[in-house]
Write a protein that binds this ligand. Structure first.
Ligand code: HEM
Length: 189
């Protein structure tokens, strides 16, 4: 009988689907629903800070040491994917791990630029005193930057979902279900 193993702990799963929902809400409400937009942005930032701390003290496959690899491992793994024979990993594979780090960094930058913009343009939020009196061209640049970062995050999310689908097909396992249940089957890794 194949052995079932718990890979993703509850914090990782709640973080994942919570972040996915909060990012979607923030992205879709950018113009018309500022209070909902900022609430969703705060949630993304709080979730990412929690996840980063968990990356140091969390369960085995949640830790950065379990899945953050150097550029040569990541590139080697991408080559294996393209050749159709990537090694299976129970946690994140090296390319998935690089994507996790990139997503975390972009989500922090997007939220912080949003907080700064909120402080400068709306005189609200924790950065309002720091940003009060910022010249208009700064605020315009910040607005452009915030939008660019949000769009880059969306681009990475699309690549991320594409990667998840590809890996699910190549290893004949349902990775999306595993991110809900936390469980994978021990096999050829
Ligand atoms: C329908 C959309 C999505 C699906 C189906 C999906 C699916 C998944 C799956 C299956 C994993 C685990 C990959 C593995 O087995 O190595 C994962 C991890 C991850 N995903 Fe997504 N994802 C989605 C949307 C998002 C969004 C919108 C974000 C962020 C804005 C995101 C950020 C992440 C992060 C940071 C991880 C790492 C989780 C951790 O280690 O804590 N995902 N995703």
């Amino acid at each position: 009988m194949q052995q079932q193993i718990k890979v993703w702990d509850p914090l990782v799963r709640i973080f994942h689907w919570g972040t996915a929902a909060a990012f979607a809400v923030a992205y879709l409400t950018e113009d018309d629903w500022l209070s909902l937009h900022t609430l969703a942005g705060y949630l993304v930032l709080a979730a990412v800070i929690t996840r980063v701390l968990w990356g140091f003290i969390g369960t085995r496959h949640a830790r950065f040491t379990d899945f953050v690899r150097g550029p040569s491992s990541v590139l080697g793994y991408v080559r294996d994917i393209l050749h159709g024979h990537p090694k299976r990993h129970l946690g994140h594979n090296p390319a998935g791990g690089a994507m996790v780090v990139a997503l975390l960094i972009l989500m922090v930058l997007t939220s912080l630029s949003g907080l700064a913009l909120y402080g400068g343009a709306e005189l609200a939020g924790p950065l309002r005193e720091l940003m009060a009196g910022a010249p208009p061209f700064w605020l315009e640049a910040l607005e452009e930057g915030h939008e660019l970062l949000a769009n880059l995050t969306l681009l990475l999310v699309l690549l991320h979902v594409g990667g998840v689908i590809l890996a699910s097909l190549q290893h004949r396992e349902n990775l999306v279900r595993a991110m809900f249940t936390g469980i994978k089957t021990r096999g050829s890794e």
